[in-house]
Design a protein around this ligand. Structure first.
Ligand code: PBG
Length: 329
C-alpha cells in the first residue's frame, strides 16, 4: 500500500496537543482589549432591555454605575457613553448634548468619582439629540451645515472635558472635526483629554439595532452624505491621513467584521492605536442565530472578536465585553 505520509511537512504535529496549541497561539483576547458601550437614560432604577440586542440595556445613571462596577471588576479598562434622550429635550441643533448638567456629563462625573480606574469615553455626535436625527445642524437644503456643526461639536467636547471625560470620540464624520475639537480642548487647557476619531466609519446597515436603542434614526433620508461608501477602500486612507494630521490620538474602524480588510490596512499604514467597533448589528445577528439554535453563541462571538484582533485591532468596542471576560476566565 502506498504510504501517504512521505512528506516530512506535517503542520498537524503542532496541533495535536492542547498545550502545544496554547504555546503557539498567535492572538489572545484579554479583558484589557475591550471597551464597553453604555446606553444612558434619565431617571432612577431603570434598566430596560433593548429587544434587538439581548443582554444589552438602557441604564439610568445609578444602574450604569453598577454596570461600571462589573466592568471594573473584570479588568475592562473603559466605557463608551451614549445618551439616549427623551423626545422632549431634542431640538434642531442638539443643544441637550452640551449642557454642563446633561446626562452624559452627570454620568461621567459619577463614574469618575466612583471608579477612577475606568476610562470614560464619550461618543461625540448629535443624532441622539436632534429632532431630525441627523448628526449635526441641517442647512435649508437639508444637507448638513458642517461649519455650524463643528462649532457645536466644540461646545459638546468642552462640556465633556469639564465633566472629566478622558477621551472624546467624534462619530459624526464631519470634515475637520478632530482639529476643531483639539483646538477647543487646548484653548481651554484640556490638553490631557485624548481624541479617538471614528475616522473610518461606513454608512452601514449594521447600525440598525443601535438606532432603535439610541432612538437616533434619521427622520428622513440616510447618512450616506457623510458616512463612507462601503464599496470604498482607498477613501479610507484619505480619511485616516486627515484625522491623524488633525491630531487624532487613536483611530477607529467601524463596523468591524465586515471591514476586517480595512482594519488590517489601517494597522499597516499607521502607528497610532487602531480600535475597532463591533457594532450593534454584528452583536444582534450572532445572538439571533444563537437563539434560533443555528450557532453556538460563545464560540461564534469569541471567534468574531479574535478575527478583529487578528486583523490588527489594538482594542475592540463590544456590547459583549462583560460576557467575553467571563468566558475568558
Ligand atoms: C453615531 C453613532 C452610531 C453608532 C455609534 N455612534 C450610529 C450611526 O452612525 O448611525 C453605531 C454603533 C452601533 O451600531 O453599535 N452617534
Amino acid at each position: 500500500m502506498k504510504h501517504f505520509f512521505a512528506s516530512s511537512q506535517q503542520p498537524r504535529r503542532l496541533r495535536r496537543h492542547p498545550s502545544m496549541r496554547a504555546l503557539l497561539r498567535e492572538t489572545l483576547l484579554q479583558p484589557s482589549d475591550f471597551l464597553l458601550p453604555i446606553f444612558l437614560v434619565e431617571g432612577e432604577g431603570i434598566r430596560s432591555e433593548i429587544i434587538s440586542m439581548p443582554g444589552v440595556y438602557r441604564h439610568s445613571i445609578d444602574s450604569a454605575l453598577r454596570l461600571c462596577a462589573e466592568a471594573a471588576n473584570r479588568g475592562i479598562p473603559g466605557v463608551l457613553l451614549f445618551g439616549v434622550m427623551d423626545a422632549s429635550v431634542k431640538d434642531e441643533v442638539g443643544s441637550a448634548s452640551w449642557q454642563s448638567d446633561g446626562l452624559v456629563q452627570r454620568a461621567s462625573r459619577a463614574i469618575k468619582g466612583q471608579f477612577p480606574q475606568l476610562l470614560v469615553i464619550a461618543d461625540a455626535c448629535f443624532c441622539e439629540y436632534t429632532s431630525h436625527g441627523h448628526c449635526g445642524v441641517l442647512a435649508h437644503d437639508g444637507d448638513r451645515d458642517d461649519q455650524a456643526t463643528l462649532e457645536n461639536l466644540q461646545q459638546q467636547a468642552l462640556s465633556y472635558a469639564e465633566a472629566g471625560v478622558d477621551v472624546i470620540a467624534p462619530s459624526g464624520m464631519v470634515d475637520g472635526m478632530v482639529m476643531a475639537i483639539r483646538e477647543a480642548l487646548d484653548a481651554a487647557r484640556h490638553e490631557r483629554v485624548a481624541i479617538l476619531s471614528y475616522a473610518i466609519k461606513y454608512a452601514s446597515a449594521f447600525y440598525g439595532p443601535f438606532r432603535d436603542a439610541a432612538d437616533s434614526a434619521p427622520s428622513f433620508g440616510d447618512r450616506r452624505a457623510y458616512q463612507m461608501d462601503p464599496a470604498n477602500r482607498r477613501e479610507a486612507f484619505r480619511e485616516l491621513a486627515l484625522d491623524l494630521e488633525e491630531g487624532a490620538d487613536m483611530v477607529m474602524v467601524k463596523p468591524a467584521m465586515p471591514y476586517l480588510d480595512l482594519i488590517r490596512d489601517v494597522r499597516e499604514r499607521c502607528d497610532a492605536p487602531v480600535l475597532a467597533y463591533q457594532v450593534s448589528g454584528e452583536y444582534s445577528m450572532l445572538h439571533a442565530a444563537a437563539q434560533a439554535g443555528y450557532l453556538d453563541l460563545q464560540g461564534a462571538l469569541l471567534e468574531s472578536l479574535l478575527s478583529i484582533k487578528r486583523a490588527g485591532a489594538d482594542a475592540i468596542i463590544s456590547y459583549a465585553a462583560l460576557n467575553v471576560c467571563d468566558w475568558l476566565r
